[in-house]
Design a protein around this ligand. Structure first.
Ligand code: AMP
Length: 282
């Protein structure tokens, strides 16, 4: 039976990591907020194949929630998560308490991400990416991984983390993994657990409507393709925050199609009081 080490403090980590370092074992990190699903497990699988030791962190980071009720309602399923991690060959679960991540001596780092923060998630979630930067930087500091694994489900977050790597962790390798979806096409998310059965069925329309945009690539103007997708969602009583086209390198919103491979359509919508995001690249 595979052994999963569970650590909650930085002190415990130092011992475990120095042992691995002595043995010249490479470390891969998958940062999560828990309530694990197959999307997280896919990141772990890729990490496990790529590195000698795989570490998953579970920490519901208050600094990245701009909405207190979203934070308070965030699902916590630690025992089930441990079982899944063990079954999926994870070597170390790091599940720190708040004060380990943010001790009294904590001083936030400053990273200029203004142009990335002015589009899509940025204006709708003030302070969110700053919170992500703080926690991911702390995790990189504490775990010193050689590689870290993130999901393209959070497309904008991947670009922000890439900036963090370039500025402060140049030696670290980042791996961005494809979006894992339910059979219906709905992108897996811990927040899906809060949807009713009817909501879960309905939420499949997010991806379906975005696929229409992809299928209309260069057939009609982007605004008409996006308009059609928005119409479908609004008819089904989704509330749309954004559903727009951007260049996938810069994340600048675009009115014209980009060349093949450089288009990304990003969406954030509300259903049953739950905010869901997704994206499609083409
Ligand atoms: P979270 O626990 O939501 O903070 O997510 C932890 C990591 O898992 C992030 O890098 C996410 O982008 C990634 N992730 C979450 N859902 C999915 C998914 N459906 N497919 C791929 N990666 C995902």
């Amino acid at each position: 039976m595979h052994v999963l080490i569970v650590a909650t403090t930085h002190k415990e980590l130092i011992e475990i990591l120095s042992d691995w370092k002595k043995k010249k074992q490479s470390v891969g990190l998958v940062p999560t907020m828990g309530a694990l699903h197959s999307g997280h497990l896919e990141l772990l699988k890729i990490c496990h194949e790529d590195c000698d030791k795989s570490v998953v962190s579970i920490f519901v980071n208050p600094k990245q929630f701009n909405n207190l009720s979203d934070y308070e309602k965030y699902p916590i399923t630690l025992e089930a998560d441990k079982k899944l991690l063990k079954e999926n060959q994870c070597d170390l679960l790091f599940a720190p308490h708040h004060d380990e991540v943010y001790p009294q001596s904590f001083s936030p780092i400053k990273l200029d991400i203004s142009e990335l923060n002015s589009v899509f998630e940025g204006p709708f979630r003030p302070g969110h990416f700053d919170g992500v930067i703080q926690v991911v930087h702390r995790l990189f500091q504490m775990l010193e991984p050689q590689k870290a694994f993130f999901g393209l489900k959070d497309f904008q977050q991947c670009l922000v983390i890439n900036r963090l790597k370039q500025e402060l962790h140049p030696k670290l390798q980042l791996v961005f993994c494809s979006i894992i979806r339910e059979e219906s096409g709905l992108a897996m998310s811990s927040r899906n657990r809060r949807l009713s059965d009817e909501g879960l069925n309905k939420a499949a329309l997010i991806y379906k409507s975005m696929l229409h945009v992809k299928n209309l690539f260069q057939q009609v103007e982007p605004k008409d393709a996006l308009g059609f997708a928005k119409y479908l969602l609004e008819q089904a009583s989704f509330e749309i925050e954004y559903l727009d086209l951007a260049n996938s390198d810069s994340l600048k919103p675009m009115e014209k199609w980009q060349k093949k491979g450089k288009n990304v359509v990003l969406a954030a919508v509300w259903l049953e009081g739950i905010r869901l995001i997704d994206n499609v690249q083409f």
